[in-house]
Ligand binder design. Structure first.
Ligand SMILES: Cc1cc2nc3c(=O)[nH]c(=O)nc-3n(C[C@H](O)[C@H](O)[C@H](O)COP(=O)(O)OP(=O)(O)OC[C@H]3O[C@@H](n4cnc5c(N)ncnc54)[C@H](O)[C@@H]3O)c2cc1C
Ligand SMILES: NC(=O)C1=CN([C@@H]2O[C@H](COP(=O)(O)OP(=O)(O)OC[C@H]3O[C@@H](n4cnc5c(N)ncnc54)[C@H](OP(=O)(O)O)[C@@H]3O)[C@@H](O)[C@H]2O)C=CC1
Ligand SMILES: CC(C)=CCC[C@@H](C)[C@H]1CC[C@@]2(C)C3=C(CC[C@]12C)[C@@]1(C)CC[C@H](O)C(C)(C)[C@@H]1CC3
Length: 451
């Protein structure tokens, strides 16, 4: 079936060529379906290519690889792999994130400080190129293409399958919560747990105010102390970020969360976005009676959202993930506080390998970075969404960081090229004759091409 689905993609690309290559191409997946704040206006003007490949193709436990099609979602992968005793080294937490989106964009999770980003766990990609041919690439076969694909947003070709490493899964994650009541203690502990050699499998921090936060470490285990098991994912359970906040009051603690509940711990409250959509959603009565009805699908929200709600969100909300060198965390928290004053903030450390491609450390050696995620309504006096986001972008550019591109970016094209190293990318676009086939990345992610 896979081969015939790939042929269908090829046929569409060939038909586009035969029709005179009038406009660029993009996937036919509608804008409301994906996990990002905006919908691409380009979907209306460019040739839509159906890439409806939704299956997990093969689990090879000897080579320790799973082969999947691009629309396979994270929820689908955990449901399939975890009962077989396997999992992905990096498993981004929202159920509806897809393999294609995570490879063409970026994927990060609390294990990334050890194993890197989603792309770093991928072994090979199969793509349909602008000329309609199918090509495979890996670090040994067509390595230039392999390293150019991540972050390219579908502007080098259509992904039709990927091979991803798998690692053994265990039943529970043993969580330790360390509340910190000063900025200095928080950062010290966070760095210490991140750099703990072979130490923690998962590290994350939720920052609850300018000077407080809870650092969390997790390690997979088969055994658990029966009285400390907490299946946090059930609908009647408190939202995860609320559950974690209480440790600021009661002190450090240990508990065991079933693995799949851990992975999707932020799904049920869509990080903390659901509190703005259903303010009483964490009330015990609501949870017991109607908890099973939430969260709403992000795609349903996007599909049914009217103009007014959209404008309100634009004006009052910030949704951004900024990736900066770990050493700058303290300073960056000040910058976020000054311009946004928005809590909780999500901190997720990750190792940025010095590999070719759009995103690599400035110093040409592997470097520990941290993702600062800001989602919600800022409370900084005089806050205005666009100027505040621009100030953050300037700061991120200055410290040689990166902005995640699922969110709005106001960078100019020149600054965008400063932030993302286009050298290999430009060469590949030339070599694969992409100019008529696909816009440049900037042409897909800048604010003017999104509604
Ligand atoms: C009574 C019964 C008996 C079964 N017996 C067997 C059996 O003997 N052997 C076995 O292996 N399995 C069996 N199954 C399981 C079955 O294989 C699975 O339920 C399978 O997922 C059904 O596939 P489908 O093609 O009907 O998918 P659907 O149910 O049509 O699709 C699954 C999901 O994928 C989406 N989807 C489908 N196509 C596309 C596309 N092109 N693009 C985007 N999204 C898409 C759909 O919207 C849906 O959400 C059985 C199931 C039932 C209910
Ligand atoms: N923890 C995390 O890491 C999180 C990550 N995210 C972000 O969400 C996004 C993923 O969302 P998702 O809804 O899955 O993906 P999207 O549908 O939003 O796709 C993202 C980009 O990848 C391109 N793309 C997707 N599939 C293919 C393919 N088969 N061939 C070529 N290009 C493709 C899309 O191209 P086109 O525009 O042509 O459709 C689009 O530009 C990522 O950008 C990720 O960074 C969000 C939340 C959490
Ligand atoms: C790297 C990491 C962890 C990123 C997490 C990003 C999420 C918090 C973002 C991704 C998509 C996202 C922007 C979204 C929304 C909230 C924040 C989300 C879930 C919501 C649901 C907020 C309400 C809005 O009306 C609307 C429905 C448009 C969006 C949809 C996308």
């Amino acid at each position: 079936m896979h081969d015939s689905k790939v042929k269908h993609v090829q046929d569409q690309v060939k038909a586009w060529k035969a029709d005179g290559m009038k406009s660029g191409m993009c996937t036919a997946r509608p804008g409301w379906m994906n996990i990002s704040f905006r919908r691409g206006l380009y979907k209306k003007t460019m040739r839509n290519i159906e890439v409806n490949l939704i299956d997990i193709l093969n689990v090879d436990t000897e080579r320790k690889i799973v082969r999947v099609e691009p629309l396979v979602s994270m929820g689908q992968i955990t449901a399939m792999l975890n009962p077989l005793g396997w999992t992905l080294p990096v498993l981004p937490e929202l159920d509806d994130l897809t393999v294609g989106g995570l490879i063409m964009g970026v994927g990060i999770e609390t294990s990334s400080h050890k194993v890197g980003l989603f792309q770093h766990c991928c072994v090979s990609y199969e793509l349909v190129l602008a000329d309609g041919s199918v090509v495979k690439c890996s670090k040994d076969e067509n390595p230039d293409l392999f390293y150019a694909v991540p972050w390219s947003y579908g502007t080098l070709g259509f992904l039709v399958s990927a091979e991803i490493q798998i690692v053994p899964a265990k039943k529970y994650v043993r969580m330790e919560y360390f509340p910190a009541k000063s900025r200095q203690k928080m950062i010290e502990r966070f760095e210490q747990e991140t750099n703990k050699g072979s130490g923690n499998e998962f590290v994350e921090c939720l920052v609850y105010s300018e000077n407080s936060g809870v650092i969390m470490t997790g390690n997979m285990t088969e055994e658990a102390e029966a009285d400390k098991i907490n299946p946090i994912g059930y609908f009647w359970k408190p939202w995860f970020f609320k559950h974690v906040e209480q440790f600021l009051r009661i002190g450090s603690a240990v508990e065991y969360i079933p693995l799949r509940h851990y992975y999707h711990r932020h799904s049920r409250s869509i990080f903390w976005e659901l509190q703005d959509i259903i303010p009483f959603g964490n009330h015990p009565l609501f949870r017991y009676l109607l908890g099973w009805t939430v969260p709403p699908k992000v795609s349903l929200l996007k599909l049914t959202q009217g103009e007014t709600t959209k404008k309100l969100y634009e004006k009052h909300q910030v949704i951004q993930d900024m990736l900066i060198p770990l050493g700058k965390l303290d300073e960056a928290l000040d910058v976020f506080h000054k311009h946004l004053k928005l809590y909780p903030l999500w901190l997720c450390p990750f190792m940025l390998y010095n590999l070719p491609g759009l995103v690599h450390p400035a110093g040409h050696q592997d470097e520990m970075y941290v993702d600062i995620g800001a989602y919600g309504a800022p409370t900084a006096p005089g806050f205005q969404a666009v100027p505040a986001t621009k100030r953050l972008e300037e700061y991120v550019l200055k410290v040689k960081g990166f902005q995640m591109l699922y969110a709005d970016t106001y960078l100019s094209e020149t600054d965008f090229r400063k932030m993302f190293d286009h050298k290999l990318y430009d060469t590949m676009r030339e070599r694969l004759q992409c100019h008529k086939a696909f816009p440049e990345i900037y042409g897909k992610i800048n604010r003017n091409v999104r509604d």
